[in-house]
Write a protein that binds this ligand. Sequence first.
Ligand code: XMP
Ligand code: MG
Length: 179
Amino acid sequence: MQNVIERVLVTREEIEKRCDELGKEISEAYKQDKEAPLLVALLKGSVPFLSELIKHIDLDIQFDFMNVSSYQGTQSVGDVKILKDLDISIKDRRILLVEDIVDTGRTLKKVTQLLMNKGAADVKVVALLDKPERRVVDIEADYIGFTIPDEFVVGFGLDYNEHYRCFPYVGVLKKEVYK
Ligand code: XMP
Ligand code: MG
């Protein structure tokens, strides 16, 4: 274990096993559709999760990426700025949004609205991690890997100032690293 990690919350074996379960659930849920869903992954945190998850989905899925940044506007509710938009048209497509973590829920809510406005047939969400204690917006992921306590975590895509994303597990960052 790297010395910036307080403790490991989810091991790589647990992530692989959970992705296998989620992949099966998702395959089952969409198997009757004429066209398989388009996975929209939010850069950069969801990349390791997307890579593991797609190994376990038994459908001819496609994936695309978006990069959004949350910023606080004049309102108290954060807004979202698109830094990289989709390449594939989502008109009438069923979308599965892939996120690393649902925290306040603001990002997911905004991006879901945005995709619906662009004409998506429906938008569901799969998130590796869920921190329900921090929620300020009424939104839940449809598929959740692991529910975790309100602690700052890194690894398996999650970063602190672009560091520690590539750790193969999810761990709690030592407070002394960011305090
Ligand atoms: P929302 O909009 O749900 O934002 O508040 C979710 C985004 O917040 C980031 N986030 C974290 N990143 N460790 C991280 O490395 C954490 O514990 C954490 N909690 C939230 C993350 O970018 C996510 O997409
Ligand atoms: Mg993110």
